[in-house]
Design a protein around this ligand. Sequence first.
Ligand code: FAD
Length: 413
Amino acid sequence: MPFVPRGAGTGLSGGAICDGGVIIQLSRMNRLLAIYPDDCYAVVQPGVVNNYLNLQARPLGLGFAPDPSSQAACTIGGNLAENAGGPHTLKYGVTSNHVLGQTVVFPDGEVATYGGPYPVRSGPDFSTFLIGTEGTIAISTEIIVRLVPLPPDVTTMLAVYKSVADATDSVSAILAAGVLPNALELIDNLCIQAVESHLKAGFPMEAAAVLLIELDGTKQMMQTKAETVGRVCKSNAAVSFSIAKSEEERQRLWLGRKHAVGSLGKITPAFYTNDGVVPRSRLTDIMQTSYRIAKEHDLSVAHVCHAGDGNIHPLICYNPDESGGSQRATACSTEILMACIEMGGSITGEHGIGIEKRDLLPQMFSEVDLEHMQRLRNGLNPEGLLNPGKIFPNGSRCGELRGNVSIPRGTWI
Ligand SMILES: Cc1cc2nc3c(=O)[nH]c(=O)nc-3n(C[C@H](O)[C@H](O)[C@H](O)COP(=O)(O)OP(=O)(O)OC[C@H]3O[C@@H](n4cnc5c(N)ncnc54)[C@H](O)[C@@H]3O)c2cc1C
């Protein structure tokens, strides 16, 4: 029997209630249609807020695993379009691992449904193909998402370091020791300063970096693994290693992590958030490189990383009122992303390409690669009506974007 949340299907669920009790008004397509607890899936409209889905699924012992730090505001449609990840991606995968099917509308008005509530697929997987296409091919109107059983227990640990390199070296070492945490996050000193001056999460102000490490499973299973993690962190020069003793302490640590980006406003007039990824073994290199690049631009960079995935979020602090301040921040950000590519990584780990990074795409893909991607897009969206200007760079061979194209007013974005 499906579980139909209160308000769903009535057209009255115009507000999604999030953890903090904030009501987010969404104008349309924001209904959670049903949860099927026995088959572990939910059917949602794309405007359902990620946190809202989780709040509804939790009493049934289920959860939607992709948990972007923006989950109090971001929607399942946006998660799908960006193939979003989050702290728990390390163990549970990104959005494409949690979408079973979807109904979409193509620009010519045709409606198609791909996939379904069953786990086994046959034939080409068009639903997954569309994930991460940033709304440039079709609009998702109904999404079937996988729900995973909530773990019986979690253990959250904090390792504190005097050097960022010791923290980043610990990341690969933990996985090499045979432990797969459900989250392995890094927060560096500048970010710690911001978080602690904002909400006192319990990160030591003098630390060069902290690792927030979480395991899930039964208490028995986690105990041995937590001991291994502690041993690895200490052998990589952690100055302290502790396990959250209460749910309150655990929630406080996570609050600090989830509000790390927003807290930056406490210490800088403006910051430019970016998103890049490197193979995990290059994490130490990319962090050092990013600090060097920022210094060369006379700027500072704070970091909050999904470290287990090699996914960095450099937060470049700058003053927009200073002459050339914004330009230096942009140049600094681009150089860090170029360094990610040089290290075998990518210019985005989870935020997508959009407009901001489209001109960097040829740094990662050959003209032939780009042409084939655009042929696929153009085949299904020949007039380039959906999200024109996103993803593909101007002037690439087969694009809809020949010359300078401005985004028409009223475009659905
Ligand atoms: C503070 C902060 C923290 C963040 N942390 C993370 C993180 O941990 N992990 C992560 O992955 N991302 C993160 N993000 C980035 C972003 O929140 C995510 O990518 C999120 O998935 C976007 O969802 P949204 O609802 O905000 O989408 P929007 O920004 O509204 O849309 C994103 C794109 O998707 C398209 N789109 C939206 N709905 C549909 C649809 N139904 N069909 C087709 N296309 C559609 C839009 O046109 C747009 O191009 C963060 C952002 C912020 C500001």
